[in-house]
Every structure is written in structure tokens, then in C-alpha cells.
Design a protein around this ligand. Structure first.
Ligand SMILES: C[S@@+](CC[C@H](N)C(=O)[O-])C[C@H]1O[C@@H](n2cnc3c(N)ncnc32)[C@H](O)[C@@H]1O
Length: 242
């Protein structure tokens, strides 16, 4: 069940993120070139385990801690990553709660995709600070997300929005809401839905945090080198090194 739901999740996410797999490839390349083969990864807001699964299957000596706050996605991630035995740990954790890093422990890389836009700019800065504390000097953070253009870039914002619409129109994948409905056909997942609804009831959409905000926040959080390793329109993989 978990593997099939991850497959449907990957299809559904690819309808919102045009070149999603290329982002993951960029992340894996950075890990290989920066950290070699054996390293510890933190998968921030892991969902059903998309990043962790790719890391663990690509690097047989790597370990992953996958954290999220959605009980449905945590249940699926636990099923998917169970295949990797004690190389994978799944933690139920709210990134908005201060001090979450103490439950994770030291890692060599922090990775995230399509997730940190859930946080307000202030919460994002705190998450970057907490992540920085988990990394040794030289450790890296990679965040793949849509970083929307603001009023200063109206043409780029328009092109990006229209490209998103076309990507979604061309896809035959489930929508985000349809994916949850499909998952809830499994009774053990249906049982987790009320808790999911309760946890996310007070999480309103957040103001835009364009690329410049992320780079400034990462510097303020203590990263020595910041930049991007991949971009397509308003979709980036942001890089930061301790
Ligand atoms: C669109 S999903 C992306 C999942 C996965 N990284 C991927 O790319 O497939 C966004 C994730 O952020 C998680 N999330 C949102 N707010 C969170 C918070 N405060 N703490 C932990 N996870 C959170 C959601 O539960 C969800 O799993």
C-alpha cells in the first residue's frame, strides 16, 4: 500500500512541479560531490518519504531521518522507509515548535522539497537556524521549492503562473485532494484523517518569500555560503553551506 501511494504521490506532485525529478537529481549530485557515499540526511517535511527513499536507494551507506507533522504522510513514510531497516528513522515533529532539532541530532545534510512555503517568513528563519545547528562546518542544506516572484518581477511571475497552469492541464495525475481521497480508501489511513484535519486547521496560507528572502535568511541563520544549484522559472533548489 505505502509504495503504491508514494508512486501516486510522486505523479500528483509532478503535476504541480514541472521538472520535479530534475530537482532531486540536482540534490543527489550535490550530496555525492560534497559528501561522498556515507552521510546522514535530515528530510525536512518529508511527506510520504520521496527524498529519503531516493537518498537511501542511491547511497547504500547513507542514513536518513524523515520528519513531518501530517499523521497520514508519516504513516506512509514509515511503510515506505521500513524497507531500509535501521538506516531510516521517521519522526512526528512540528517544525513550528521551537527546539525540534534536539529530537533529530547531528546530520551532514538537510534536504527539503515543496514544503517550507507552509511556514511564515519568521518561522522559516527559525527553521533555518535550527537546521544550521544540526550541521557540522561544511555540511549542506538544500531546499527545493517554488519561490514565487513578487511585484518587482511581474513578467516572470506571469510566465511562471501560466507555465504552472499548463503543467497541471497536461497531467492526468490525481489532484492533491484526490490523492488524499484515494489514500483514505484504506481504513487505517481514514482513521488518521481527523487528526490531520485538527493539526492543520490553524495553518493559513503564508506571504510570499522570494529567493532573496531565503538567501538572506540562510545567511542570518549562520550559513557561510548560499546560492542556487538549480532553477526553472520560479522553481529553485537553494543551497547553503555551513
Ligand atoms: C507538498 S508536501 C512535500 C512532501 C515531500 N517533501 C515531497 O516533496 O514529496 C509538504 C509537506 O510539508 C509538511 N509540513 C507542513 N507544515 C509542517 C510543519 N509545521 N512541520 C512538519 N511538516 C510540515 C506537510 O505535512 C507535507 O508533508
Amino acid at each position: 500500500m505505502s509504495t503504491e501511494l508514494l508512486r501516486l504521490w510522486d505523479e500528483q506532485q509532478a503535476a504541480y512541479v514541472a521538472h520535479r525529478e530534475n530537482r532531486f537529481t540536482a540534490m543527489l549530485d550535490v550530496l555525492r560531490l560534497r559528501l561522498g557515499d556515507g552521510f546522514r540526511v535530515l528530510d525536512l517535511a518529508c511527506g510520504p518519504g520521496a527524498i529519503s527513499k531516493r537518498v537511501l536507494s542511491t547511497f547504500p551507506e547513507a542514513t536518513a531521518v524523515a520528519v513531518d507533522y501530517d499523521p497520514v504522510l508519516l504513516h506512509i513514510a514509515t511503510g515506505v522507509l521500513g524497507a531500509y531497516g535501521n538506516r531510516a528513522r521517521v519522526l512526528d515533529l512540528d517544525l513550528v515548535e521551537p527546539g525540534w532539532g534536539a529530537r533529530v541530532g547531528p546530520v551532514d545534510a538537510v534536504l527539503s522539497s515543496t514544503a517550507l512555503h507552509w511556514l511564515s517568513p519568521g518561522q522559516l528563519l527559525e527553521v533555518y537556524r535550527e537546521a544550521a545547528q544540526l550541521l557540522p562546518a561544511g555540511g549542506v542544506l538544500l531546499n527545493a521549492d517554488h519561490l514565487r516572484f513578487d511585484d518587482a518581477s511581474p513578467a516572470l511571475r506571469d510566465i511562471s503562473a501560466r507555465h504552472d497552469e499548463l503543467t497541471q492541464q497536461d497531467s492526468e495525475a490525481l489532484t492533491y485532494a484526490e490523492w488524499y481521497a484515494e489514500a483514505a480508501r484504506h481504513p487505517e489511513i481514514a482513521a488518521l484523517m481527523p487528526e490531520r484535519d485538527r493539526r492543520f486547521a490553524d495553518r493559513p496560507p503564508q506571504p510570499l518569500a522570494p529567493l532573496e528572502f531565503h538567501l538572506a535568511a540562510l545567511r542570518a541563520a549562520g550559513f557561510a555560503e548560499v546560492g542556487t544549484v538549480w532553477q526553472y522559472l520560479d522553481d529553485y533548489v537553494v543551497f547553503a553551506r555551513r
